[in-house]
Design a binder for this molecule. Structure first.
Ligand SMILES: NC(=O)c1ccc[n+]([C@@H]2O[C@H](COP(=O)([O-])OP(=O)(O)OC[C@H]3O[C@@H](n4cnc5c(N)ncnc54)[C@H](OP(=O)(O)O)[C@@H]3O)[C@@H](O)[C@H]2O)c1
Length: 340
């Protein structure tokens, strides 16, 4: 039987503006049969991350260029339909760079079995790129000590909420920064943070000062711009500022202007350092093992925001930039009966 393969392709470059539905074009082609060494996988659950907009813009240079007409890249969990490779058999759940489509035929070396078939989505979130970014970046660059005051921007998002919980487990005083009172409530009541600050509040800067009277020891920044600048004005001596992301620049099209308060790094003998997860592979096994343990003990909550339907892929990506997502943004594809 010939399987039909719906695909979302890149149709625009959202530089200097929001990503829109018009930046994608849908197509339908026959699914490609796997060649020797390849596996045909049905895409079940797609993961979304802010960096996808940067991939479409070709900004950053740490991933291969995208071209107009390419199938949109994306990591996903899927089910093996046909295998011409050792170690993979039909029915297995796998994770890999499957892309925004119903079916992907790709080399077995790009795939690995999910860690826990009962909770396959963990490999897209807390035990995948999200959790490893949080664990490796916080340990290697944040270098936290128990009792440190840690402030996290984008704290209700996928990476930020894991960093916040790791900091709490490590005995730090943890303050989350997020958009809106509901996300702030959730950070304190559900994730157990010491406090949360709504960056949209008129007295944001005053709240930062009030919550860190002795300064911030570790800043984890997912956002950049004026929010980062405010936090840089409240550093403790020898603070570590971890630059993980800069989602506030998503509408500007270029790099953000430098923060006025950067000179506080001198007064406070502080460091500010960016990182890319892939440079920290030596910590991956340790990170997965410890986070799996905290999950099992109920000390770490891995919240997911699951949308539904292939047609919703562009709109699901857009949720990240409006703050609509709470936790890891995922999309469950709707093929099934109609594809059988
Ligand atoms: N360095 C690395 O190796 C690495 C690896 C993975 C991810 N990252 C980066 O980590 C960051 C977080 O990624 P994620 O997957 O966890 O995404 P996410 O935090 O789940 O989703 C994005 C969140 O950012 C906030 N946001 C959006 N626009 C904003 C703006 N203009 N100002 C302030 N906040 C804004 C929204 O929350 P609010 O409602 O709170 O505004 C939104 O929910 C991203 O910047 C990503 O690129 C870096």
């Amino acid at each position: 039987m010939q399987l039909r393969n719906r695909q979302w392709k890149i149709a625009g470059r959202p530089v200097g503006r929001d990503v829109t539905e018009a930046d994608f074009a849908s197509d339908e082609v026959p699914a490609r049969a796997p060649e020797a060494g390849e596996v045909l996988v049905r895409v079940d659950l797609l993961a979304f991350e802010p960096a996808m907009k940067g991939w479409m813009e070709n900004i950053g240079g740490y991933v291969a260029r995208t071209e107009i007409g390419d199938v949109m890249r994306g990591t996903a969990v899927g089910t093996v339909i046909e295998s011409r490779a050792d170690g993979f058999s039909p029915g297995m759940q796998v994770v890999g760079p499957l892309g925004w489509q119903d079916y992907a035929a790709l080399p077995a070396s790009d795939l690995r079995p999910v860690s826990n078939p009962a909770r396959p989505s963990d490999d897209l979130g807390v035990l995948g790129l999200v959790g490893l970014t949080a664990y490796c970046g916080f340990k290697a660059i944040g270098q936290p000590f128990p009792g440190d005051t840690v402030m996290i921007t984008g704290a209700a998002g996928a990476v930020g909420s894991v960093v916040a919980q790791i900091a709490r487990i490590g005995g730090c005083q943890v303050i989350g920064v997020a958009g809106g009172p509901e996300k702030c409530r959730m950070l304190v009541e559900e994730y157990g943070l010491d406090a949360a600050i709504d960056y949209r509040a008129a007295d944001f800067a005053a709240q930062v000062a009030a919550h860190a009277p002795n300064g911030i020891d570790v800043v984890w920044d997912n956002v950049g711009g004026t929010i980062l600048n405010t936090l840089l004005g409240h550093l403790a001596m020898r603070a570590r500022v971890v630059i993980c992301g800069g989602i506030s620049r998503s509408k500007t099209g270029g790099m953000p202007v430098g923060p006025e308060n950067y000179f506080n790094l001198v007064f406070k003998r502080a460091t500010m350092r960016g990182f890319i997860l892939h440079d920290h592979e030596a910590l991956f096994d340790e990170g997965r093992r410890r986070m799996a343990g905290w999950l099992a003990e109920g000390r770490l909550i891995a919240r997911e925001d699951v949308q539904h339907g292939f047609d919703n892929a562009p709109r699901t990506l857009m949720r990240l930039f409006s703050g609509a997502n709470v936790g890891k943004q995922l999309l469950r594809l709707d093929h099934g009966e109609e594809q059988a």
